[in-house]
Design a protein around this ligand. Structure first.
Ligand code: SIN
Length: 337
C-alpha cells in the first residue's frame, strides 16, 4: 500500500471587497484620521498580505468601493445575492467580505439572516487606512481568511474577524471611533479567537441564522427609520415620518427602552396608523424587556431584546418585507432572532 500523504490543497476562499478604511488611502503614513475610505482595490489589499498564499487560494471580486457610511439597501441586495451564488459553488469553501467599520454590524446582521449557506462567511475591516504606519487591515484580512478557511467556522452564521477576535454578526457592535480593538459583543462576549493561524471557538451561536433563517434579502425594502428619545424631544419627527409613509420606526429609547412622554403619544398614533414600532435602547448594552419601561401591550409596540437600534431596524425591514406586520408576530421574530 502506498502510504505517501498527498499534499493538502488549501481551501478556495472568495474575497469580496466593498471599500472601507481597510481600503483607505491617506496623504502620509502618520495620518490615521484624515484619509479617503474605499479607494484601494482588492488586488492591492491582497498583495499586501503574501502570507495568504499558504492559507488559501483566493478568488477576488471588487463589489464596491465605498465609505460604509454610504452603504445602500441596493448594495445589500447585490452583496447578499453574490454571496449566495458563490456559496452555492462547489469550488468555493468560504467567503470573506472587506467592509468599512462604520456600518459593518448592520451588513453583518443582514447577511447573517439572509445568506443560505453553512460555509463560513466572515467580514473584516480596519480602523487605520492601508497607507498608515501599523495599518491593522493586512493582519485582519489574513485572520479573516484564516477563519473562513477553518472547518470550525462552518455553520456558525456570519462572523466578524477583527483584532484577533471572532464575533457573531448578531452580537457585535462598534464601540470606539479610533481604537484598533473597536468591536465588542457586549451581552455575549467574543465567539472565539484567531491568532497566528490558530482558530479557536469558545462558544456556539444559538439563535437561528443563515440556512435556519426564514428571511430572504429584499428587492423592495420597506421604509424603516430610527428615532431617538432624549431630553426635550418632540413628536415632530415621528409625525413627519408617518406623513412620509414610513412602514416601521425603531426607537433608540433611554435606559430600558423608555420613551419621553412627548413622543409616546405620537408613536401610539403611528401604531394606530399601521406603522410597526420597535423599542430598542440607545445605551449600547443590555436588553429591552417587553412591558418593562413601557407597556408594549397597551401601546402595540415591540421590544427589541438585545438588538441595538441599527440591528433592530435590519430585522424589522426583513420582517416587514416578508409580510409580517402584526405586533405579536413581530415580537415572536424579535424573541427568536
Ligand atoms: C467606513 O466605514 O467605510 C469608514 C470607516 C472605517 O472603515 O473604519
Amino acid at each position: 500500500m502506498n502510504t505517501q500523504t498527498l499534499p493538502r490543497i488549501p481551501p478556495r476562499i472568495a474575497v469580496l471587497a466593498t471599500g472601507g478604511t481597510i481600503a483607505g488611502q491617506a496623504g502620509d503614513a502618520a495620518s490615521t484620521a484624515g484619509y479617503k475610505a474605499g479607494v484601494v482595490g482588492v488586488d492591492k489589499l491582497l498583495d499586501a498580505v503574501p502570507a495568504l498564499a499558504s492559507v488559501a487560494r483566493i478568488h477576488a471580486e471588487q463589489i464596491a468601493g465605498i465609505d460604509s457610511k454610504d452603504m445602500s439597501l441596493a448594495l445589500w441586495t447585490t452583496l447578499a445575492a453574490r454571496i449566495n451564488e458563490l456559496a452555492a459553488q462547489d469550488d468555493i469553501d468560504g467567503i470573506v467580505i472587506t467592509h468599512g467599520t462604520d456600518t459593518l454590524e448592520e451588513t453583518a446582521y443582514l447577511l447573517h439572516l439572509t445568506v443560505k449557506t453553512t460555509k463560513p462567511v466572515v467580514l473584516t475591516a480596519a480602523m487605520r487606512p492601508s497607507t498608515a504606519l501599523s495599518a491593522d487591515g493586512p493582519l485582519n484580512l489574513l485572520n479573516a481568511v484564516t477563519v473562513a478557511a477553518s472547518k470550525h467556522a462552518a455553520g456558525q452564521g456570519v462572523l466578524v474577524a477583527f483584532n484577533n477576535q471572532i464575533h457573531s454578526a448578531r452580537d457585535v457592535t462598534k464601540t470606539s471611533t479610533y481604537a484598533v480593538d473597536a468591536f465588542r459583543s457586549p451581552e455575549t462576549g467574543v465567539l472565539g479567537f484567531v491568532q497566528d493561524g490558530r482558530v479557536e471557538f469558545q462558544r456556539t451561536v444559538t439563535k437561528p441564522h443563515t440556512t435556519a433563517s426564514e428571511f430572504a434579502v429584499a428587492e423592495n425594502w420597506p421604509m424603516v427609520e430610527i428615532i431617538a428619545s432624549y431630553a426635550g424631544v418632540s413628536g415632530v419627527a415621528v409625525d413627519a415620518l408617518v406623513a412620509a409613509g414610513v412602514k416601521g420606526i425603531v426607537v433608540a429609547g433611554t435606559g430600558n427602552g423608555s420613551m419621553h412622554e412627548s413622543i409616546t403619544e405620537a408613536l401610539s398614533d403611528a401604531v394606530k396608523a399601521g406603522v410597526a414600532v420597535v423599542r430598542a435602547s440607545r445605551v449600547g448594552s443590555g436588553h429591552v424587556m417587553r412591558n418593562g419601561a413601557a407597556s408594549d401591550d397597551a401601546l402595540g409596540t415591540v421590544s427589541a431584546g438585545t438588538l441595538n437600534p441599527y440591528k433592530a431596524r435590519v430585522l424589522l425591514m426583513l420582517a416587514l418585507s416578508a409580510g409580517v406586520k402584526d405586533a405579536a408576530a413581530l415580537q415572536r421574530l424579535f424573541d427568536t432572532y
